[in-house]
Design a protein around this ligand. Structure first.
Ligand SMILES: [Zn+2]
Length: 210
């Protein structure tokens, strides 16, 4: 399996990322939001050992597959403490839109800023980016950044949901993501990939045009 495999899961097409490591059978899964069986099958078929389940934030479309994935394959589940209540008892319309939601378990560990999680000989670095939710976190691995619902190609995450804060979200993006190199590939929680440079220069939310 390549270093990165992305599977779009559920009715909201959440990008679920499987990260592998050179020379190691370990893998990490970011945002198994729905359809956990597809993720289980991909990890199992590749003969990988699931070490971490990482959620960029607590919304149900990013956490809905965690419980079954962990039950089947193990792995430590990380979610920021601020976001742990966000997918408890989601509304019915959301559950049916997601197509397969199970309430996530309690995280095995909370996510601290700048913490690194070893994966093979490499490491996943945490970047806390509050705004979309108070606990929103991005992950940097092998030069790629996984931005959840904080930064999309050509857009940013909504901040009108409970706990959202638009000013804080823009500050997080400017101070913690746009400080990465222009050629850093960006893999958002929904939709197509981009680069930091492309977003810096063309994202209307970041160039003051909105
Ligand atoms: Zn979200």
């Amino acid at each position: 399996m390549p270093l990165l495999t992305t599977i779009a899961v559920g009715g909201l097409q959440t990008n679920c990322h499987i990260l592998t490591a050179d020379g190691s059978p370990e893998c990490a899964v970011i945002d198994p939001g729905a359809e956990p069986q597809r993720v289980i099958d991909a990890v199992t078929a590749a003969g990988l050992k699931l070490r971490y389940i990482l959620c960029t934030h607590g919304h149900a479309d990013h956490t809905g597959g965690v419980a079954l994935l962990q039950e089947e394959l193990g792995g430590r589940f990380y979610l920021a403490a601020e976001d742990t209540g966000y997918s408890v008892d989601p509304p019915d319309w959301l559950v049916s839109a997601l197509g397969g939601f199970t309430e996530p378990p309690e995280p095995d560990a909370e996510l601290d800023d700048a913490e690194t999680l070893a994966l093979g000989r490499s490491a996943i670095k945490l970047i806390r980016t509050p705004g979309h939710t108070p606990g929103s976190t991005c992950f940097l691995y092998e030069g790629m950044v996984f931005t959840g619902d904080t930064l999309f190609r050509g857009s940013i995450g909504r901040y009108d949901l409970p706990g959202g804060d638009g000013r804080q979200e823009l500050q997080s993006i400017r101070e913690r993501l746009l400080t990465l190199a222009d050629d850093t590939p960006v893999f958002p929680g929904h939709g197509p990939a981009s680069t930091i440079g492309e977003e810096r220069h063309t994202n209307p939310y970041l160039s003051g045009r909105v």
